[in-house]
Design a protein around this ligand. Sequence first.
Ligand code: AMP
Ligand code: MG
Length: 430
Amino acid sequence: MGGRERLVHAHASHGTVGVVIALDEAREFVMSQCPALAAGGVACRAAVGLVLAAPVVAAEDVPPFANSAVDGYAVVASSIAAASTSTPVEMPVVGEVAAGGHTDRVLKPGEAIRIMTGAPVPAGADAVVMVEQTERLEGGARVKVFGSVKLGDAVRGVGEDVRAGTTLYPAGTLVTPAVAGVLASVNAEIVQAVARPRVAVLSTGDELVADGSPLEPGQIRESNLTMLLGLVAEAGCTAVDLGIVADDEALLESVLRDAVATCDAVVTSGGVSMGDYDVVKAVLGRIADMSWMQIAIKPAKPFAFGLLDAPSARRVPVFGLPGNPVSALVSFELLTRPALRQMAGHKSVDRPVVEAVSDDGLRRRSDGKLHFMRVFASFGDDGRVHVTSVGAQGSHQLAASSLANAIAEVPDGDGVPAGGPVRVMLLSVG
Ligand code: AMP
Ligand code: MG
C-alpha cells in the first residue's frame, strides 16, 4: 500500500479505523495538495510578509545623484589636499546647499560651498570635508580646513546602493520591511507577489462558550478558535473568524460552503475523532474529498485533510484539527502551518530545527509513536540550545504548553535522559 491508498477516506458512517501512518507521509500528502496561490500586483507597503512572484529590476539609480555623506564643505580635493592641523588651508565660502536643494554655482579650486548631509554635491566639487575638520570664519564667509582631503571623500556616488537595470530581487524573495524600503527607494510602487492566504477558522462543539456568559453544566470556554486565529495570523495569513459552530450538520455545512466561497483555506478544530457528535467528520465526509488520518504521533493523532469544491472551480484545502487544545496546536505546527506557508509561496516553510541538550529527562513510554513534547528552549553558556519541559504534557493542558517556545521530537522508546541530545523545533528564538 502506498500513497493515497494508505490514507483512509471519508465515510458518512462513523467508526472508520485506518492504518496508522507516519508523520512524513501525512505531511507529503497535505503539501502535495496545497500549491502556491496566484500572484497579483501589490503596493510595496502592503507587500511586507509576502513573497515576490516575479523578479524586481531596478528602474532607477539609488542614490539618484552624487550627494554628501556628512555636514561640511564641498571642495576641490586637489586644491586643499595637503591641509593639516599645523598648516590649515583657508578659503572663501561661496554658497550653501541643503538636502532637497541644489546650487547652480560651479565650484572652482580654492573655494568651498557649505553642504548638508544628503545635499547634491555641486558641479566642480569632488570631495566634502566634514564640519568637524573645519573652523567657520567671518560669520561663515570663509572657512579654515584642518584635515587633508582626498578625491571622493564623503561623496556618495550615483547608483552606489542600486544600479538602474540590475535585478534587485529574484522571484521567491520574502518582502521584509527592509526589502519593502528598497522597493520604495527604486519607485517599485507595485510588485507582483503571491497572494496572502485568507484562512477561515472555526471551532465546533456544543459544549463551547465564547461569549463570557456563565457556564452551564457541561459547558467549557473555548480556547482553540482564539489560539488558531493567532497562529494563522502569525503564519502570515489573513485569519477570518467564523466563530463557534454548534454540532449541527446543516449549520456546519452552510458555514463551510460560505467559507470556501471567500477563503483560500479552512481550519476547523474538533469533531474529527470517533465520537457520535463528530459533525465535522460527518459533514466534510459528505461534501468534501477528505482523508481521515491516524498519524503515529502524540499528541495530535487524528487529523483530517481534504479539498472542498468552491465557486469558480476552485478546490479549497480544509484542515481538520483535533479538538484537544494541545493537539490542535501541535497539529497546526506540524501539518497546517507548513502548508499555509507553501500556499503563500514561501521557500522556507518550516520552523528551524536544531539539536538541543535536554536539561530535564524527557521520559515517555514506548508506543510506536513519535512524541512532540512542549519545552522551553534557551541558549546555554556553552552556546548550545538547552531545553526543559514545560511540565504538564496532557493534550488538554494548554496552560502549560502555552509557555513553550519549542517542541521536542522524542523518538519511540523510553525517552531522552537528562543531559541527552534531542531534536527541537524552535517556535521562537530569543
Ligand atoms: P472533539 O475533537 O470535538 O471530540 O473534542 C476533543 C476535546 O477538545 C473535548 O474535550 C472538547 O471539549 C475539547 N475542545 C474542542 N474544541 C475546543 C475548543 N475550541 N476550545 C477548547 N476545547 C475544545
Ligand atoms: Mg466535539
